[in-house]
Design a protein around this ligand. Structure first.
Ligand code: TXA
Ligand code: MG
Length: 360
């Protein structure tokens, strides 16, 4: 979309019937609309319409070789968009849909070639969000939707983030509040046996193994020296403007290292803004943060609630955006254990840090 266009925001989409009507009309006319899902906000378009799908790539500035996920609200929609459903995929659909699980399946005949970037497979999911489900049902269309951010920015977890990235590039944003999961769906490739996780998410390897047995994890996801299998995972995503380093290991030792690194950084460049992101609550953190404050660390983010991994996942992208807003030049972030949903959190954190990791 080269020409600038005005963006309307429907403030509380859950209660606004006319908001849905406008959105449905736009989607049926081949336009793009941003809407909430349980993971992150999506930028949707009719997945069967070439022109509509191209508008997604244009608005996001997304490379054309990175395929999109197709969202459905009804199992009957599957017939036209996939050519085969292996048993493992059927079991996953029954168990986890609607929910944050994208299944890669052999593609069917009706989808735009731009959706799949000419691959023989397509990613499909049924989102667990009332606004997304109602919108897809009312359009009667499969909706292609990547995350509604400009390419290379963190995925949006509230309508404000979509506005910051896509204002004047898309006609409509449906605001459904803050998203619950905060990280994108798990992507499971069901075209290979055993199925393989191409992107970790809230539906964990352990959860999948419990229902379908053997499930492997793409080796490229957590380590830097393997190339990831999924087209989208090779791009530098979620990169904040500041240089980020993740510290992994014992929380006490992590705090000692953070203190030393902050001292060093501020000695080298006293005028730069340094930010610290903590993901756990430790006794003594009040005093620790006061010390950082006195050293001149300008921006400290700590979890507000239980400091569990769920909360870190839900707010990680928001926190990265906050560091950007404050022009933080150096970010030191406490990692989380790579277990359960922690695998998804660490995958995104390590990517945001460009795999700059200190293990203590
Ligand atoms: O939670 C989500 O999945 C969100 C919401 C909006 O549903 N969507 C999302 O879409 O994260 P996107 O486009 O940002 O990420 C899609 C990922 C990319 O890494 C892409 O490469 C991968 O899925 N993907 C899509 N189709 C694929 C295919 N046929 N084979 C392998 N990977 C595929
Ligand atoms: Mg994305």
């Amino acid at each position: 979309m080269n020409k600038s266009r005005e963006t309307t925001v429907v403030m509380d989409a859950r209660k606004d019937d006319s908001g849905y009507e406008t959105a449905v009309k736009l989607l049926q006319a081949g336009e793009v609309v941003a809407f909430p899902t349980e993971t992150v906000y999506g930028l949707g378009a009719d997945a069967t319409n070439d022109e509509a799908v191209r508008k997604i790539f244009e608005a996001k500035g997304r490379p054309a070789d990175n395929p999109l996920i197709v969202h459905i609200a009804d199992f009957q929609q599957l017939d036209a968009i996939v050519s085969e459903i292996p048993d493992v995929a059927r079991i996953c659909m029954e168990k986890f849909w609607p929910g944050p699980l994208t299944l890669i399946l052999p593609k069917g005949p009706t989808l735009s070639k731009y959706v799949t970037a000419n691959l023989p497979s397509v990613g499909i999911r049924m989102p667990n969000h009332p606004v997304a489900m109602r919108l897809i049902r009312q359009t009667g269309l499969p909706i292609a939707a990547p995350s509604a951010n400009r390419s290379g920015r963190p995925s949006p977890t509230c309508a404000q983030h979509v506005w910051e990235d896509l204002k004047d590039r898309i006609p409509l944003i449906l605001d459904g509040g803050e998203t619950a999961v905060g990280l994108e769906s798990t992507v499971l490739d069901c075209t290979v046996s055993p199925p393989i996780i191409l992107r970790p998410g809230e539906i964990t390897q352990e959860m999948l193994q419990q229902v379908i047995g053997d499930v492997s994890m793409d080796a490229g996801l957590l380590e830097e020296h393997h190339a990831p299998k999924s087209p989208g995972m090779k791009y530098t995503h979620y990169a904040p403007q500041g240089d980020m380093t993740v510290l992994e290991g014992d929380p006490k030792r992590i705090r000692t290292s953070i203190r030393e690194l902050c001292q060093q950084m501020l000695l080298e460049q006293p005028n730069q803004r340094v930010g610290v992101l903590l993901t756990t609550n430790q006794t003594g953190d009040e005093a620790f943060c006061e010390q950082l404050d006195q050293m001149g660390v300008e921006w400290i983010i700590r979890p507000q609630g239980n400091a569990d991994i769920q909360e870190t996942g839900q707010h990680l992208y928001q926190w990265l955006r906050e560091f950007d807003e404050k022009n933080v030049a150096k970010i030191l972030a406490e990692g989380v254990p790579v277990q359960g949903f922690g695998a998804a959190v660490m995958n995104r954190m390590r990517k945001a840090a460009g795999h700059s990791i200190i293990r203590v």
